[in-house]
Write a new protein. Structure first.
Length: 130
């Protein structure tokens, strides 16, 4: 279970990193070619989504790997799942049903990580040498 959780955490982090870079840092005129929905939102909201995706990518791996505040990892997974679940009705309203499957899979995997790290195999915090 530990290995499965780590594999999923890293895969989700890579997905979030790529999406976050696309939505958060690429010029909007370039990003809209791969993500047409960007044109329907304000630039500030698109950038916020990108930064949130980047935060999820860091939060999925770094706290667990360092064992510093490891409870942030399942919270990052929950945050990513919420972003994906909120994206589903948005894309349905825009007639972009072709992307719904990806959002469902990412949300399910993120919920698996959240459950696994909250309940099944939590990561113990680092013990200080004080």
């Amino acid at each position: 279970m530990r290995i499965a959780l780590w594999v999923v955490q890293v895969l989700l982090a890579l997905f979030s990193l790529a999406a976050g870079f696309n939505h958060g840092f690429r010029p909007l005129s370039s990003a809209v070619q791969t993500s047409p929905w960007i044109a329907a939102l304000s630039p500030a909201l698109v950038r916020f989504i990108g930064v949130a995706e980047l935060a999820a990518s860091v939060g999925l791996v770094l706290p667990a790997a360092t064992r510093i505040l490891p409870w942030l990892t399942p919270l990052a997974a929950l945050g990513l799942a919420l972003m994906m679940l909120f994206a589903i009705p948005f894309h349905i309203m825009r007639g972009e049903a072709n992307v719904i499957g990806l959002h469902i899979v990412v949300a399910a995997l993120a919920l698996f990580v959240a459950w696994g790290r909250f309940r099944r195999v939590p990561i113990a915090p680092r013990v200080s040498a004080d």
